[in-house]
Design a binder for this molecule. Structure first.
Ligand code: AMP
Ligand code: GLY
Length: 422
């Protein structure tokens, strides 16, 4: 079977690594890919959001299945275009992906489904939004309604900070993504992510993970796409997981069917858990990055069996058969990320790092220049390890990080602290 992965980050490298291990994998392509993905797949220089170009490549290269990694092609309707052309695709339709691309849509679906989430209100003008804020107590949670590359959420302790966020968003700082805002109540608790496979009717848990969104140790500094992750998340006990499925995920999937837009793909439920009760923070219509990297390390080729169960409509019979062996990933980013950073810096020591037992290195922002790997993005590598215990996985991952020779890079040194206590 010939397969095309859309995207070019660490998540897509993890997908390529897992799919390449599967006996059903024939030719493997990735668009656009990156310097690390080139070891597993043939990289295609096409825009993954250009639906017509993707369909043309699929025909030209006799591709049987397309796996969509990031949200942008989903929002651009690439899944719909492929399905319309009769091509098997893993990734929800544009209408179903609204669970991620519109925060107010996701909240409205939760309300219709009776799924617990923070109380909310949507505004498209500043004065009514400010008036609403005046009646609330801090902390304030302000969100751009549309896709804002993970930067559209402000949790403000002070009223003036919240008002500034409203002014920025409604004033166009995020373009059309901020044409409307959602103001919601602050949810206390511990955050964790649940990844669920869905084929419209059936739903099966793929795994759980915890991310680290702030740039610096101690959860300080600006929000990022994610600086490290580990799986499983200890806070996601069997009881919390079954409550999340029964109270949030299944009712929401049923509501999507009722609306005539069944959800097919992987649904990422970001949950806040307090006293054993999960509440929804947000949905994403895809695997997380860097969460996919640790899930792939746990599942190996089994991750592709899971994808095939969804695209083949066989999810009802599918149960993950991999062990939930702990895995942990540390993101190495270019100094300055998530702000301005340099690119084109050579990265050495990758082979020595990968030789640490249990370690796999996924590339996010790299390219090959004159035969060498150089940095080409903000998040550049995810250094992952698996072991019998999470503590050992962490030690292995950091031993590998310490072998990487890249003076222009940085990482958090405390990935896993919630589970490991240090
Ligand atoms: P989101 O993009 O919606 O996941 O928001 C980004 C981050 O902001 C989340 O991962 C949470 O840490 C935080 N956050 C979002 N909404 C809330 C909320 N209602 N209460 C507390 N924290 C929140
Ligand atoms: N790591 C968070 C995300 O992928 O949205």
């Amino acid at each position: 079977m010939n397969i095309l992965i859309l995207g070019g980050g660490g998540r897509e490298h993890a997908l390529a690594w897992a799919i390449r291990k599967h006996p059903a994998c024939g030719r493997l392509f990735c668009a656009p890919g990156n310097g690390g993905i080139a070891a597993q797949a043939e990289c295609l220089a096409i825009d993954p959001c250009a639906a017509a170009d993707v369909v043309a490549q699929v025909r030209a290269l006799a591709i049987d299945l397309v796996v969509i990694g990031p949200e942008a092609p989903l929002a651009a309707g690439v899944s719909d275009a492929l399905a319309g052309a009769g091509v098997a695709v893993f990734g929800p339709s544009r209408a179903a992906a609204r669970l991620e691309t519109s925060k107010s849509f996701a909240k409205a679906v939760c309300d219709a489904a009776g799924a617990p989430t923070a109380a909310w209100a949507r505004f498209d003008a500043l004065e009514p939004a400010r008036a609403h804020l005046a009646g609330r107590q801090p902390p304030f949670v302000i969100k751009a309604d549309g896709l804002a590359a993970g930067k559209g959420v402000v949790v403000a302790a002070q009223r003036d900070e919240a008002e500034a966020a409203l002014r920025d968003m409604l004033g166009g700082a995020f373009g059309t993504a901020g044409a409307a805002v959602v103001i919601e109540d602050f949810l206390p608790g511990e955050e964790a992510s649940l990844f669920v496979l869905a084929d419209g009717t059936d739903a099966v848990v793929l795994g759980s993970a915890q991310d680290h969104k702030r740039a610096f140790d101690g959860d300080r500094g600006p929000n990022t796409g994610g600086m490290g992750a580990y799986a499983p998340a200890p806070v996601m006990t069997a009881e919390v997981e079954s409550r999340a499925m029964a109270e949030i995920v299944r009712p929401v999937l049923a509501e999507m069917v009722r609306r005539g837009t069944p959800y097919r793909g992987v649904l990422y439920a970001g949950l806040m858990i307090a006293d054993g009760a999960p509440r929804l923070v947000e949905f994403n219509a895809r695997l997380g990055d860097p969460e996919a990297q640790v899930l792939a390390l746990q599942a190996g080729a089994g991750l592709f069996d899971a994808i095939l169960a969804v695209t083949g409509g066989r999810l009802g019979d599918f149960r993950p058969d991999w062990s939930p062996r702990p895995a942990l990933g540390v993101v190495m980013a270019a100094r300055g990320y998530p702000g301005r950073y340099a690119t084109g810096e050579p990265i050495g020591g990758l082979q020595a790092a990968a030789s640490v037992p249990g370690v796999t290195i996924f590339h996010a922002g790299t390219r090959i220049e004159a035969g060498r790997i150089v940095s080409a993005g903000g998040r550049v590598l995810t250094v992952c390890a698996t072991a019998d215990t999470l503590a050992e996985a962490r030690d292995r991952a950091y031993a590998a990080v310490d072998r990487i020779d890249w003076p222009g890079g940085f990482c958090r040194r405390d990935i896993g602290w919630r589970a490991l206590g240090s």
